[in-house]
Ligand binder design. Structure first.
Ligand code: 5AD
Length: 335
């Protein structure tokens, strides 16, 4: 039995199981008093289940080679306009040391889907664990269950593999590979014992509200440890380069709905929010987020890591600390 204790029972009902798809559809387009209440309840939920600490991740984008050809992403294999790079173990460990020195204890290693990184990670992951004893979070794309198990055995704690969209037809049109493979990968990540991060992109060409509601329901079904929502950003040298950006409010509403459905999940406020709207990342914190990723990729490399366009918003430590303070929260910094 769910206690209906507000003038917005539709928000209470997000905590019932199964959640009603029509309720999600209504809340995705919430504006005015309903949206304010949705965000307020998401903040309350965060306070109750996660406390007021915002987790900081330091990301190192170790390679921009990619086997895939996702239509929204400039590091897609067919893009010849990009200088490709793959960092050495020394370069990665040096940056990991910088992340550790700033008091951040989640080292986030991201790359295109580039299996040639595996040999480098063979040394890098155990060394990070030995030298810094931080959490190691990976985002390296679709791999075999054995590879995921090996990453776990090397010391990796967690892995992000977003499903991007729950619509199999739209997924295949966008990423040119089957959604089923990706979901099998997500399940394998959990099965081998790593924490799982999932999420969707909001505003992909061809997407509709029904499919965005299904994205949220799929996220719930996968029982992830982290769940994200990012607005689509048009990227130069991609088939979607002229498409409009994803809707800012729909993204914030998705985040707040996710917070209310997942309660204890880590929920990032992504840099793409800041790119499409002034103070967008702060507004993400106000919609229930509790993670910020700070970019530690050296600037010479960064311009070629064009996932959210070459002019993406680069999150610095100062920016993160500033918005955390503005949101009345505390940054998780270790001295
Ligand atoms: N717009 C929005 N999200 C993007 N990503 C990559 N490119 C874009 C884009 N143009 C996200 C995808 C991917 C993650 C690494 O970055 O969700 O999984």
């Amino acid at each position: 039995m769910i206690a209906i204790n507000t003038t917005f029972p539709i928000i209470d009902r997000l905590q019932s199981s199964p959640v009603d798809r029509d309720d999600i559809l209504t809340l995705l387009t919430a504006t005015g008093a309903l949206q304010e209440e949705l965000f307020r309840r998401a903040r309350d939920m965060r306070h109750t289940h996660c406390g007021d600490l915002v987790h900081l991740r330091g990301v190192i984008e170790i390679s921009n080679y990619c086997q895939k050809s996702c239509s929204y992403c400039a590091i897609r294999a067919p893009n010849k306009e990009l200088d490709r790079y793959r960092m050495s173990a020394e370069e990665i460990l040096d940056i990991a040391g910088q992340i550790h020195n700033t008091g951040i204890r989640i080292i986030f290693i991201q790359a295109g889907q580039d299996p040639k990184c595996d040999e480098i990670l063979e040394t890098v992951i155990p060394k990070i664990k030995q030298q810094f004893n931080t959490e190691v979070l990976l985002c390296l794309g679709e791999r075999s269950k054995e590879t995921y198990r090996h990453f776990r055995d090397l010391g990796a704690d967690s892995y992000i593999l977003k499903y991007e969209t729950s619509d199999p037809v739209l997924y295949e049109m966008t990423a040119l590979t089957p959604l089923k493979n990706r979901l099998d990968c997500a399940r394998s990540i959990k099965q081998v014992g790593m924490k799982l991060g999932v999420g969707n992109i909001i505003g992909l060409p061809g997407q509709n509200f029904e499919s965005l509601a299904d994205d949220i329901l799929l996220g719930y079904e996968l029982e992830p440890d982290f769940v994200s929502a990012s607005p689509f950003i048009a990227n130069e040298h991609t088939p979607y380069e002229d498409s409009p950006a994803g809707d800012f409010n729909v993204t914030l509403n998705t985040m707040a709905i996710n917070r209310l459905m997942h309660k204890t999940c880590l929920l990032p406020t992504v840099s793409a929010l800041e790119k499409i709207y002034p103070h967008g990342q702060l507004m993400g914190l106000n919609a229930g987020a509790n993670v910020i990723t700070i970019n530690f990729t050296p600037s010479s490399r960064r311009e070629n890591y064009a996932i959210y366009s070459s002019h993406r918003f680069i999150v610095s430590r100062d920016h993160a600390l500033h918005i955390i303070q503005q949101a009345g929260l505390k940054a998780e910094i270790f001295q």
